[in-house]
Structure formats: structure tokens, C-alpha cells
Design a protein around this ligand. Structure first.
Ligand code: ADP
Ligand code: MG
Length: 308
């Protein structure tokens, strides 16, 4: 069993947002940011794929289905421990001959009737690779597109979540706060953050720390590491932090039912987990419906990120 590390949960900011107020010098600072995190497919490609014709290397973005297929079947070229994180997860380079891309491999599977960390006791603590896959599927049911594609696959004799590595990472949320960097389009950024809040409360996520939020160069927000989701609250924990939702996402949220969720998450969460999630969903929808038009927005398309 892997050791369980303590993590620093993220402190909610004003207005239920995860970030500090914007500072005027932020845009200038952006120019000086260091590139961190994922290297692109081309950067990690071995010599044979790097020499492919340009049209093969710069193909249109892959669909979720194509990424799932790749993650399930591409060969693992090499692997190493991730630089950050506490569960000892793995970063692997996969290749199917035509495409080379990295994956995050998570095998953690822990249950404790009592888990103590930072002076707090958590009952029926769970930390599971399965939740990475379940949250990806729920994200797509809602059309949020905050969570990278994740599939089940064998890794060294154990079941694991293989998750699409996010390339083009500019920084994580912790680094953004340290560098005092503000988004180029605040409204778009806030909309992403509002959806993140919605997702975290829907899945009752206990581990939204700054390292689990990645920001790409176009200021698209990615939510990773959901192995400590699916706690047991029947109501959204922080309704006041639910600041807004895209109209179409709200319609999808309202339409979720047991069989749809079950079909999507398969065996990765239990029937009881689905019922508790739907109970939280009821609370979230009621909250937004009560707030009416003021809580609704029309978001930008996710792949475009938040550049002006
Ligand atoms: N899909 C991904 N794309 C890019 N980087 C990732 C991805 N998944 C994980 N990472 C990197 O690996 C680190 C550890 O992974 P994480 O899932 O957060 O594990 P832990 O449970 O140990 O915190 C993350 O903080 C992030 O820097
Ligand atoms: Mg993490």
C-alpha cells in the first residue's frame, strides 16, 4: 500500500473563488513566467516520431474517444515518478508509432475507517485511482471540459488510471498566486473557476489544492487529481461559493439521473456514491434556480482558453 501524504487544502477566497484579487502588474509579469510542467507531444517524441511529416505532428486536436483509445493501447516507452504530488504517481511516455504523448498513471487505492491529518479525523477515508476516471466521465456528462481524459489500464500487475498528460502548462494555481499573475480575460477565467467550484461540490472533493489546478498558455484551466473525491455529504458543502453556471451546463446538471450517471461511471463509484452525488446535485440546482438569471452566464468554448 502506498503511503498517504498530508496535503494542504486550498483556502477559499472571497466570493468563493480560489484566487487572490487581480493585481495591475500581472500581465507584465506573465511575460517573465517560466515554462513548467508538461512537455508537448513533439518535445517528448523519440527520434522516429519527431521526423514524421509536419501534417502528422500537428494534427487537429484529438477527440476524447481518440485519446481514450491511445491511453488504453499505446505502448509505454518510458516512465518516471512525477515531480510533484504525494502519492508517488508516475509520468509515462506512450507511443503508438504515429503519436507520442505522456500519461499520468495513478494506482493509489486506500481505505481507512479513520484517517488523521493535520489534527483532523476523517471517517471512511478513501483515496482511489478509480475516482480520476469517474470524475472525468461526470465532467463530460455536464460538458464542463475541465478534467483530462482518463481510462482504466493495467500497470505493473495492478489496475490504474491512465490520464492524458496536460501539455503546454504555463503554471499551476500555486505558482500563479506566487507570481501574482492575473488572467488576460478575467471574466472568462472567473467563469472557469465557477465551474470548478460547481464540479468540486458535486463530487464532494476533499483535495482541491493549488497543485491540482493546471493553467495552460492560453489560460485554460485543468482540474487534476480527484482520488480524494466522493466524500459523503448529501448537500453541497459551501453553497455560498456557487457563484454561477453556464446555462447549458445547468440544463445538463438538472437532467442527470441515476441510470445516466451509472452508465458513465460504470463500476468506478458505488450506487450509494451516485445517490449521494445526485442528492448534492439537487441542492446545487436548487441554489442556482433560486438565484435565477443572476447566476447564469454563457461561457466561451473551453479549448479556446481565456486569451483575449
Ligand atoms: N494529467 C496531468 N497532466 C499534467 N500534469 C499532471 C497530470 N496529472 C498529474 N500531474 C502532475 O503530477 C503531480 C502529481 O499528480 P497528482 O495526481 O496530483 O498526484 P498526488 O495525488 O500525488 O498529488 C501533479 O501535481 C501535477 O504536477
Ligand atoms: Mg495532487
Amino acid at each position: 500500500m502506498l503511503p498517504i501524504g498530508e496535503r494542504q487544502p486550498m483556502a477559499p477566497g472571497p466570493e468563493g473563488l480560489y484566487f487572490a484579487p487581480m493585481r495591475p502588474q500581472a500581465l507584465a509579469l506573465l511575460a517573465g513566467l517560466t515554462l513548467i510542467g508538461g512537455t508537448g507531444s513533439l518535445a517528448t517524441a523519440p527520434a522516429d516520431t519527431a521526423s514524421l511529416p509536419l501534417f502528422r505532428q500537428q494534427a487537429a486536436p484529438l477527440t476524447d474517444a481518440a485519446m481514450e483509445q491511445f491511453l488504453r493501447t499505446a505502448g509505454v516507452v518510458r516512465s518516471r515518478e512525477t515531480d510533484k504530488g504525494v502519492t508517488g504517481s508516475v509520468r509515462a511516455t506512450l507511443s503508438d508509432g504515429a503519436l507520442t504523448h505522456d500519461a499520468h498513471i495513478q494506482t493509489v487505492e486506500v481505505f481507512k475507517s479513520e484517517f488523521r491529518a493535520k489534527g483532523k479525523v476523517e471517517r471512511n477515508f478513501r483515496d482511489s485511482w478509480r475516482f480520476n476516471i469517474a470524475v472525468y466521465r461526470i465532467d463530460r456528462l455536464l460538458g464542463l471540459h475541465l478534467v483530462p481524459v482518463s481510462v482504466e489500464r493495467n500497470w505493473k500487475g495492478t489496475r490504474a488510471a491512465f490520464t492524458w498528460w496536460i501539455d503546454d502548462v504555463l503554471m499551476d494555481e500555486g505558482q500563479r498566486l506566487n507570481q501574482d499573475a492575473s488572467p488576460p480575460d478575467a471574466r472568462c477565467w472567473y467563469d472557469q473557476m465557477r465551474h470548478l467550484r460547481l464540479l468540486d461540490q458535486l463530487i464532494d472533493n476533499a483535495d482541491r489544492n493549488h497543485g491540482n489546478l493546471l493553467i495552460t498558455h492560453n489560460w485554460r484551466l485543468w482540474a487534476i487529481d480527484h482520488t480524494r473525491a466522493f466524500r459523503y455529504s448529501k448537500t453541497p458543502r459551501f453553497p455560498a461559493q456557487l457563484m454561477g453556471v453556464d446555462r447549458t451546463v445547468l440544463v445538463r446538471l438538472e437532467a442527470l439521473d441515476f441510470s445516466t450517471v451509472k452508465g458513465a461511471v460504470e463500476r468506478h463509484i458505488s450506487d450509494a456514491d451516485i445517490r449521494t452525488l445526485l442528492s448534492r446535485r439537487d441542492g446545487i440546482v436548487a441554489h442556482f434556480r433560486k438565484r435565477g438569471e443572476a447566476a447564469l452566464f454563457d461561457r466561451r468554448s473551453s479549448p479556446a482558453g481565456c486569451m483575449n
